[in-house]
Design a binder for this molecule. Structure first.
Ligand code: TRP
Ligand code: ZN
Length: 461
């Protein structure tokens, strides 16, 4: 199929620009193979938005075999003669657009779908992909693993930044958020934990099926379907948030006293950051020694081992900063990590630990050659740096500078305005700066230029 179509189908020889002027449909063209993220050029896809994912999965931990069916409900944002999804590995056994079988081809993570009939701009459509195989994690630019990571009793499933595509076909970029339904079948005795609310669980023929619903929009990387032998506890907080905890019994002695504090941590964070943005919450504590990090999977963070309280505070803070308010570009990652780290400092300060100022001072005392000053948090330079020390620690330092510049009342008003105005949506650094200036009535350009974008160690603390 030709990539460049010079004439519209409708108007024959009339040039495209004139056709557009006359309100005629543009000729259908291919959606892009990425959303334009400079650090992950193939992540996500252009030309459509996914509104809902309905994922039906069956996993056998002993053979590590996954069988899946993904039904995506999407809407074209341009007329499309083909479009891409991201899917890494696995074998596709069927693919339909609407009721029609569609042609597809695969190259690396790009799954290119050619529907039988071109889609017009604004058209709702459904894509059904059936697939199977042995999912494997992807290796990130920084060498860490993400995606579907098998464990000795199931799988640890965490997709930041790229791993969602290792277990379902997705528009794999935080720019495109959707609601999710999960139906996951595992052998009896194993538990499958996803995001949101547990709708039901039922055992038949030696297998148990868990149904989960994530109704608030979610970025693909925040989806989980972690499977293992877990001890489950459920409760409801005073604010009506449904808590579901799944803890690997081998981690329970260390994890339980921490996980138990989730309701009080969420209540404390709600006072500072605004109302908790989701209906459900909880913790998944797995034993996944080869992972080396926790992830703020939406509503229910997943931990590779028993977390300490500070880590629980961090992942919980991400529910506001990163999950409810999402990135539009991985370059802005400090909006997630700087904020979640600053939440840890604030928690310490208000619970008998060091003041945030003391934490800031100790960091500022590090020599100019320290890793902390290697690159600016607002411009990490590449995907290999998005989880580097400057993003976390110097990102938090930038927020502390903001707090001392505007005062506590204004600072927390800024945070609450941010989470309220961008709830279930997105935010950029430029929008945060504009909001901080509006709420404080101060020119904060210099502050952000130095602390978020400046190269090297700032000359004054
Ligand atoms: N976002 C996670 C956190 O800070 C960390 C994380 C996710 C991570 N994926 C990673 C860290 C890959 C290093 C490598 O809570
Ligand atoms: Zn984090």
């Amino acid at each position: 199929m030709p990539r460049v179509v010079r004439r519209t189908f409708v108007l024959g020889t009339v040039p495209v620009a004139l056709a557009a002027l006359l309100g005629a449909a543009a000729p259908p063209s291919a959606g892009t193979a990425g959303v334009g993220d400079p650090y992950f050029p193939l992540a996500g896809n252009g030309g459509y938005h996914v509104h809902h994912y309905d994922l039906t999965l069956r996993y056998d931990p002993s053979s590590k075999h996954l069988a899946g069916k993904a039904v995506l409900t999407a809407r074209a944002t341009q007329s499309l003669n083909r479009f891409n999804l991201d899917l890494n590995g696995l074998k596709i056994t069927g693919l339909k657009v609407g009721r029609d079988t569609a042609d597809f081809s695969r190259r690396g993570q790009e799954l290119t779908v050619t529907p039988r009939k071109a889609l017009h701009r604004g058209q709702w459509f459904r894509v059904t992909v059936t697939y199977q195989g042995t999912p494997a994690p992807v290796t990130d630019p920084d060498g860490s693993l993400d995606g579907w990571i098998p464990t000795d009793d199931g799988a640890f499933v965490a997709g930041e930044p790229q791993g969602a595509m290792t277990w379902f076909p997705a528009n794999n970029h935080p720019k495109d958020k959707a609601s999710y339904d999960f139906t996951i079948t595992v052998p009896d005795g194993r538990t499958a934990v996803a995001n949101g609310v547990l709708l039901g669980q039922r055992s038949e023929h030696g297998r148990t099926t868990f149904r989960w619903r994530q109704s608030e929009p979610m970025a693909a990387y925040l989806a989980t379907a972690t499977i293992g032998k877990f001890k489950v506890t459920q409760s409801t907080t005073r604010d009506g948030i449904r808590i579901y905890n799944a803890v690997d019994p081998r981690e329970a002695a260390k994890a339980d006293p921490v996980v138990k504090q989730l309701p009080s941590v969420l209540a404390w964070e709600s006072k500072l950051f605004g109302p908790y943005p989701f209906k459900a919450a909880g913790s998944i504590v797995d034993r996944a020694p080869n992972v080396g990090y926790a992830l703020e999977t939406q509503t229910r963070p997943v931990y590779d081992r028993a977390p300490d309280l500070s880590t629980l505070v961090h992942e919980s803070a991400h529910q506001w900063f990163g999950d409810s308010v999402s990135l539009t570009s991985w370059k802005d990652i400090w909006l997630n990590e700087g904020f979640a780290t600053y939440a840890e400092w604030l928690y310490g300060e208000q619970h008998g630990g060091d003041s945030a100022q003391k934490t800031f001072d100790a960091l500022y005392a590090r020599p100019a050659t320290d890793d902390l000053w290697e690159f600016p948090p607002g411009d990490p330079g590449s995907g290999a740096n998005i989880f580097g020390t400057p993003v976390y620690a110097r990102g938090a330092m930038a927020l502390h500078k903001l707090r001392t510049a505007v005062g506590d009342r204004t600072f927390f008003r800024i945070l609450r305005a941010w989470t309220a105005e961008h709830r279930d949506g997105h935010g950029t650094t430029a929008q945060f700066v504009a909001l901080a200036e509006r709420e404080s009535g101060k020119d904060l350009d210099g502050l952000f230029r130095t602390w978020v974008y400046g190269q090297g160690k700032p000359s004054t603390p």
